[in-house]
Design a protein around this ligand. Structure first.
Ligand SMILES: NCc1[nH]cc(CCC(=O)O)c1CC(=O)O
Length: 336
């Protein structure tokens, strides 16, 4: 099984020729957002395959347990998916539903992404009880985010603001804002919308100035290799949204080229219009003082090549040196 390439061109096998199992188990993290996403997939599979009983297995991951440190310092994205993969490898679950943003660029042997669902709003959202936008925040106001990408983008445009780490699931983060620890926080709009909290969004950050992370707003279904004749890729094909899969393939390619972790401030976002992809990407230092950004246009079917092309353009702007200085910081030299 190819573990790195997303299925951007899956053909929908006629249902009648498929071996549909009587039961499917979805492994999910237990956060409210993860459970919403798993339930969404459960409902869609139940509609497609009424004869199959689809269940959800909730689990806690290391990423959910470690709340006192910035993720980039404790091992990054893999922390949210490992336990779910173990459950699949042990046969306790058949698939795992993830926020694609949290899925490492390379999956372990024997695992693959079988489907990418149609993307929700990919933008970052400004959330505050007292201010309507980043522009309104006074000098010294504390903005909560643990994303190096959001930190770099805000520091570049609003050097008078103070950025403080903010971890935990969405409810925890909103609770910390409401408690008064921050003047404002930045969250993904997709998560707030899925949880029925769109009213918490005071402003949506324009992707031009706050370029989203690779995969932001998209959900993916991961599966493990199996030998019981059930073709999960074919079963899940109706859930795969081809333009989203193409866009995230390009975005994730850029991340992969530059090391594929959340230890560096990196953004990659593609939009597809009538088969034509516009891919933009950015790398920066966490203080936002050095930024490289580039974009490319091309056929959406050339997703990986477009990712490579935009990465080449970033390299021509010293992206490697920018990222090297980030990694030196992550290795223990504190940011100035
Ligand atoms: N890093 C955690 C994470 N992973 C996915 C989402 C939101 C939903 C999405 O982007 O699909 C979030 C929360 C956030 O960034 O505010």
């Amino acid at each position: 099984m190819n573990t790195t390439v997303l299925n951007t061109t899956i053909l929908n096998t006629p249902e009648s020729t498929q071996n549909i199992p009587s039961r499917l188990v979805i492994a999910s993290r237990e956060s409210r957002l993860a459970m919403w996403q798993a339930e969404h997939v459960r409902a869609r599979l139940t509609l497609l395959y009424p004869q199959c009983s689809v269940e959800i297995l909730g689990m806690t991951t290391r990423g959910d347990q470690i709340l006192d440190r910035t993720l980039s310092k404790v091992g990054g994205k893999g922390l949210f998916v490992k336990e779910l993969e173990v459950a699949m490898a042990e046969g306790r679950a058949d698939l795992a539903v993830h926020s694609l943003k949290d899925v490492p660029m390379e999956l372990p042997d024997g695992f693959a992404l079988a489907a990418v669902l149609e993307r929700e709003d990919p933008r970052d959202a400004f959330v505050s009880n007292d201010y309507a936008s980043l522009d309104e925040l006074p000098a010294g106001a504390i903005v909560g985010t643990s994303s190096l990408r959001r930190q770099a983008l805000i520091a570049a445009r609003y050097p008078h603001l103070v950025i403080k780490p903010l971890r935990g699931n969405l409810d925890t983060r909103l609770g910390k804002l409401d408690r008064g620890d921050y003047a404002a926080i930045i969250l993904a709009a997709a998560g707030l919308k899925r949880l029925g909290l769109p009213q918490r969004i005071r402003a949506l950050l324009d992707p031009e100035s706050s370029l989203p992370a690779a995969g932001q707003g998209a959900m993916a279904i991961e599966i493990a290799e199996r030998d019981d004749g059930v073709d999960l890729v074919a079963l899940l094909a109706p859930l795969n949204h081809v333009p989203t899969a193409q866009a995230v393939t390009a975005e994730r390619r850029v991340s992969k080229v530059f090391g594929g972790s959340c230890q560096v401030p990196l953004a990659a976002h593609a939009v597809i219009d009538d088969g034509l992809m516009h891919l933009r990407a950015m790398v920066a230092t966490p203080d936002g003082k050095r930024v490289a950004s580039a974009d490319v246009h091309g056929p959406a079917t050339d997703a990986e090549q477009l990712g490579d092309q935009v990465a080449d353009k970033l390299r021509a702007q010293d992206a490697v040196a920018i990222l090297a200085s980030c990694l030196a910081e992550a290795d223990g030299h504190p940011a100035p």
